[in-house]
Structure formats: C-alpha cells, structure tokens
Design a protein around this ligand. Structure first.
Ligand code: SF4
Length: 171
C-alpha cells in the first residue's frame, strides 16, 4: 500500500463533526472551487507522506476522539483512505466523517470512489459555493453541502441527511 500525502493532522478539533475528533487533512483536490479556503491543498505534492500504520497509531493514541477525513479532498487518494477507514472500523469503535467535493450520487455510481462507503458513517458532500456561504452553518461551509448518513442512505437507496432529516433522491 502506497503512503498517503497528508497536509495536516489536528487533534481534538470540534469543528469537523460532532464531539472531539482527530482530523486528517488530505493533500490533493481537483474541484478548484472559487473561494476555496485553502488552495494550497489542491496539490497532492504539498503534503507529507504517512503510512496507514502510522496514521492508525496516531488515531488510536487518542482513546476518545472520533475521526474526520478532510482536505483537500480525501477522495483524491481513495485507495489509501479506504484502507485507513477499513482499519479504523476493524480495530476501533470510532466514527468516521469524510468531507468531499464530489456529490454523493457521483460517488455511489463510481466503482472506484464508492469503495470507501462501507466504512464511513457520514459524508459531507459537494463543492464549496461562495454565493451560498453561511458562517452560521455547523460543520459545512455553504448551504448546498449535505451532511449525509451514509449507511442509512445506502440501505434506503436515497440520500438521507443527518441534520434536517431531509431526503433526496439518488437520481
Ligand atoms: S473541494 Fe474543498 S478543498 Fe477542494 S477546492 Fe473545493 S473547497 Fe477547496
């Protein structure tokens, strides 16, 4: 397994999902949203390389924190993050939130991108849209982004939002 290119690791953050979380910021993003808070994250070469084993040691060292994958876009390195998510679910009871610029519908339709879905609890989806930016939103930057219960959505074949119980059709 190749190493993952990681921009930053933040311990006990409270802004990337509920409770205390270890946030792993992935390098690399192809979405290039106008108004992106961190254009430096777009280049995958701007990160430092970590093995899945090393990331697991960091995650397990904090007994109480859950985990968030952010970026950049973690789906840029989907194979590595899928292996990391699989190990987290196998070896801990931690929940996983994952941010992405892709829409959930795009992920479900892609054999490559969808490989991570069995291991992720919540996906915050969609590109950042500056015109829809709202600083009062919790855990997301613009109002088009959805906080999605992944396992319920897969089971019901519709997108189930965790925050407002909104239901969106996949197609
Ligand atoms: S998906 Fe996120 S990191 Fe990527 S360009 Fe958009 S706001 Fe920036």
């Amino acid at each position: 397994m190749n190493k993952l290119s990681i921009l930053n690791i933040v311990h006990d953050t409270t802004v990337d999902g509920p409770g205390f979380r270890t946030a792993i910021y992935s390098a690399g993003c192809a979405h290039q949203c106008p108004g992106c808070h961190n254009p430096q994250s777009w280049n995958i070469n701007n990160g430092s390389l970590y093995s899945v084993d090393t990331l697991m040691d960091i995650i397990k060292a904090d007994e109480f924190a859950n985990v968030t994958f952010s970026g950049g876009d973690p789906f840029t390195q989907i194979e590595g993050f899928t292996e990391l998510a699989r190990r987290i679910k196998l070896e801990t009871k931690k929940s996983i939130w994952c941010y992405t610029g892709y829409l959930f519908e795009q992920i479900v339709k892609s054999p490559r991108l969808s490989q991570i879905l069995p291991y992720v609890d919540v996906i915050v989806d969609g590109r950042f849209v500056d015109a829809l930016k709202d600083e009062d939103l919790r855990f997301r930057g613009s109002s088009n982004q959805r906080i999605i219960d992944v396992q319920k959505s897969l089971k019901k074949d519709i997108v189930v939002s965790t925050q407002h119980s909104n239901i969106f059709s996949f197609t």
